[in-house]
Ligand binder design. Sequence first.
Ligand code: 3UK
Length: 512
Amino acid sequence: PQLRYPARLNCAVELLDRNLATRAGHPAVVTAAETLTYAQLAARVNRIAHVLVHRQGLVPGNRVLLRGANTAWMVAAYFAVLKAGGVVVATMPLLRAKEIGQMLRKARISHALCDARLAPELRLAAAEAPDLRHVLHWGDGALEALCAEAPPDFPACDTAAEDVCLIGFTSGTTGEPKGTMHFHRDMLAICDAYGREVLRPTPDDIFIGSPPLAFTFGLGGLVLFPFRVGATAVLLEKPAPEELLPAIARHRATICFTAPTAYRAMALAIAGGDHDVSSLRKCVSAGEALPRPVFDLWQRTTGLPLMDGIGATEMLHIFIAAPEHAIRPGATGLPVPGYEAKVIGPDGAEAPRDTPGRLAVRGPTGCRYLADPRQAQYVQGGWNITGDTYVQDADGYFWYQARSDDMIISAGYNIAGPEVEAALLTHPTVAECGVVGAPDEERGQVVKAFIVLKPGIAADAALARALQDHVKAAIAPYKYPRAVAFVAALPRTETGKLQRFALRRQAQGPSA
Ligand code: 3UK
């Protein structure tokens, strides 16, 4: 792919303003509350940029906190900051004051634009953030009133292609959150690599999905990819599967971005009810491993192959995936054109094919932590080490095993939790499951499964035994869960990931 860009570049111009010549009247963002054409969105962006620069003293390089659900105001705020030459720091809506405060201080944030509904938590955090000087809310009329007085035009800041425009904080499970810095050109590179080469959207596509815009999976899938081709993004404020499904039908959405668990929940709902997803053309799954049974279930239910892809906040977006015609069910895929990937052994040398090892990748985007010594662990010799264990097969396909620090070692065997989860998911009683290592005197660790049963199924010892036998028959018997616990729900992050550390903590306790 062509991934070379001019030295001076503002990604807001390339992604938004470029559409005004030919698609000014085409819907850019559709929400429950409003529909904005590209022209209307551009005008709102310009007004917010004007307020930031002329009323709030923003200068290029200032960091701006954004907090909000997936709405048109959130999208407009994003592009206003980019266009004014500021740096976006978008934060997950559910974060608490403690985490917001860490980010405010770490990124030395000077301005904040915030959905009024999320204002109280930000106010608490702001008390301990001396750099934060300007806070504005939308949704309560404050930003709206300033915008009404501002002109609908704004000259874009003349930024360098390699100026930082986004600091994405990782959904880290332990320790201080890590800020990852991305350039204006990175925002285009993901559209021109994954977008153009793998997803291949058209201007008529209607994108929909669940990830928050503060998560780069959502930013790319719900905003950057559609805008790069002048398509339409449908944004949902409450994107649970039971909301997403009717929204797909209502908006005749064609491209869906969500996590594997949501596809499984939607497939089960489609089978049990009257839902029209016939408009869908492409369905992207990322955020965590796509179990083979979920791929099969979605294909049986909708006729569509799920497009798995592994991405990371550090890499901005997806770097291993496959276009529909090249999908190998169960594998994540091939390096996205423009990226290279390999599996390395303990010594850092490339591992032989079919041998598990650490995934290493490099390409047009990559990890730049904001003032964090962990940079030296993530980037080694120019390669990004994502922390995932993979196998590459003889044809070059990459097969996910587990997070490197999640591999279960039981009586000397290496066992990947996701493989056991995939086996359990093929049992008709299982809705969701998570498999981790539980401490064990004799074996070091034992495989422990946490299982959410489908509605109406009763948990008992006989079912636990049946599930164990089911795994033994499906994969190598030594991988079967020696401990089984039935639970009402699994702990998940706001980005839809199973919180394995929380399950491991629970696994210390007694099991069913
Ligand atoms: C895991 C996957 C197996 C993997 C993300 C798409 O998830 C994203 O970013 P995060 O920083 O997490 C990165 C880690 O998540 N993972 C993601 N996708 C897959 N594991 N199969 C997958 N398909 O451990 C990775 O290292 O939250 C995903 C686009 C942008 C993103 N930021």
